[in-house]
Design a protein around this ligand. Structure first.
Ligand code: SF4
Length: 225
């Protein structure tokens, strides 16, 4: 049962489709998402390499049945309302009295994280599956390589709202081709594969220096820059 929201519009059908994978980058850092998906910049570090290997293993397309559950790997997804496209690692179609309902599973390296980037990516898959099947998708799961466990993710109203807001925010950047300025956030930037290309500390420092020089001029204690 697809939810209605402000993210759907007539223009969305004509705009460049938004890759579902971009949403996890957008939650982590909007600049990172713009660098990867607008400027096509990519650099690999240990974290991205591990994630890529895991996805390559999971992205072998196929269908098999296991105790009444139809398990489809590398399933192409789309949502016209939100102008999303992507590929689900695994969708389990589980039987119920009216047919079957979809249960998306996304494979991730590492372990559950403090931010909601992985959940937003999974919820976007659910929104696609709801439009594609016409049936509600109430929950899915994230499988983490380090813990080797599934974490069940309920697609509640709050997560759906964050997901649609992220689609709107990143869709706007994509449509305008704009890359936001860097913001140095140590906990995220230190794990970012684009750190050396982005140089957030240098840019933030030069912006701060520029502002202090301007302030000094206004206060009459410095030369114009
Ligand atoms: S280094 Fe920091 S500001 Fe730059 S793209 Fe990565 S997370 Fe974003």
């Amino acid at each position: 049962m697809p939810a209605s929201g402000a993210a759907g519009s007539k223009e969305s059908a004509e705009a460049e489709p938004i890759p579902i994978s971009a949403l996890q980058h957008a939650v982590y850092c909007l600049r990172q998402a713009a660098l990867i998906h607008i400027e096509r910049v990519w650099a690999e570090n240990r974290f991205t390499a591990e994630g890529r290997v895991m996805h390559e293993a999971a992205h072998e397309p196929g269908t098999r049945r296991d105790r009444g559950v139809r398990r489809v790997t590398a399933l192409p997804l789309a949502c016209l309302r939100l102008n999303l496209t992507g590929v689900a690692d695994l969708v389990e179609f589980r039987p119920h009295d009216r047919g079957e309902f979809a249960f998306p599973v996304e494979y991730k390296r590492g372990k559950p994280k403090a931010h909601r980037a992985d959940e937003v990516q999974l919820c976007a898959q659910a929104l696609c599956l709801e439009e594609m099947t016409g049936e509600p998708v109430p929950e899915g799961a994230l499988f983490y390589g380090e813990t080797r466990r599934r974490v069940i993710v309920p697609f509640d109203a709050a997560l759906r709202q964050i997901t649609e807001a992220t689609v709107l925010e990143f869709g706007d950047l994509l449509a305008r081709g704009r890359t936001p300025a860097p913001v140095w956030r140590p906990s995220r930037c230190r794990s970012c594969s684009l750190l050396d290309l982005c140089r957030p500390r240098a840019v933030t420092k030069s912006a701060l220096r520029f502002r202090s020089r301007e302030l000094a001029v206004v206060l009459g204690s410095g030369e114009p820059s």
